[in-house]
Design a binder for this molecule. Structure first.
Ligand SMILES: Nc1ncnc2c1ncn2[C@@H]1O[C@H](COP(=O)(O)OP(=O)(O)OP(=O)(O)O)[C@@H](O)[C@H]1O
Ligand SMILES: [Mg+2]
Length: 264
């Protein structure tokens, strides 16, 4: 579409959680650092919550890459199965088990065998559950039991729960699990300065040599999006298209205003 017109090598504002475009805002940096601390210090349970579209999935991808580089066994459930049996099956599948039994008891035996093996090898496992707010109580209980893989001084499995705000409320009713969540963090939207830097950062990563948004335009983007990255992306992407259609070279506040009207 507009790539050539703007001299871009990639679409700068796609709503895809692509670590290539990861911008370390104050809050995203803190989130990542707490997740890494939780796994490196073997804290057992870790929880990351945040508003819709704030970058939780993005952080989970960057975190997963980092853990893989460091040699952890990583299990990432991005669309977590609702029931306990499917939940255990998915974990075992990601551990490389191909013939998956249907009974919960057999699944637990198998999981136990794998975890004991990992513990003997000193290999730590990190189970990351994105969209954890959709799990039911039984599945949360199954997730809690994963934390029993520990010896007297350390956990061999770190459970990382990631989800929207309702995750906090749901977990707070499950006292046993709640108490085992040693590290928590709530991801915030960007403040104004981070929003501006984020836009410039993504433009550059996509191949632009010069910023094409006026300061006023960026202020308008912030006003509309309140620093929520998914919303920032939507406005910026559409304004690149509209400006290209008008054959203009700068994105000003009038353009943003009309795009915001369309998005509303
Ligand atoms: N720190 C960041 N750096 C670069 N891009 C980001 C960042 N955070 C979010 N984004 C962008 O915003 C989009 C939305 O973020 P993401 O999907 O991670 O949000 P979420 O919190 O998981 O939302 P939901 O609550 O709907 O699951 C991503 O596709 C990505 O393009
Ligand atoms: Mg998400």
């Amino acid at each position: 579409m507009y790539l050539e017109y703007w001299g871009l090598t990639k679409f700068p504002f796609e709503n895809v959680a692509d670590p290539y475009f990861f911008y370390l805002s104050e809050s995203h940096e803190e989130a990542l650092s707490r997740l890494l601390y939780g796994s490196r210090m073997r804290k057992g349970g870790v929880m990351l919550t945040g508003d819709i579209g704030c970058g939780k999935t993005m952080v989970s991808k960057v975190y997963t890459n980092k853990l893989m580089e460091e040699g952890y066994g990583v299990i990432l459930l991005t669309n977590p199965p609702l029931g306990p049996v499917e939940f255990l099956q998915e974990i075992l599948y990601q551990m490389g088990v191909e013939k998956l039994p249907d009974s919960r008891t057999k699944l637990l035996q198998l999981l136990n065998k794998h975890m004991v093996y990992n513990m003997e090898q000193n290999k730590e496992t990190i189970v990351i559950i994105d969209e954890a707010q959709i799990l039911n109580e039984e599945t949360f209980e199954e997730a809690r039991l994963l934390l029993n893989f520990q010896n007297k001084d350390r956990f061999f499995l770190t459970l990382v729960l990631i989800g929207q705000n309702e995750l906090k409320a749901k977990i707070s009713h499950l006292a046993q699990l709640y108490q085992r969540i040693a590290i928590r963090y709530h991801l915030r939207p960007f403040h104004f300065l981070d929003t501006a830097k984020y836009i410039l950062f993504r433009e550059k990563k996509a191949g632009l040599t010069k910023n094409i948004f006026t300061t006023e335009a960026i202020k308008q983007v912030y006003e509309y999006s309140q620093g929520v990255p998914r919303k920032v992306n939507s406005v910026c992407d559409l304004s690149l298209l509209v400006t290209f259609n008008k054959k203009r070279k700068v994105i000003d506040s009038d353009i943003i205003r009309s795009v915001v009207d369309d998005l509303r």
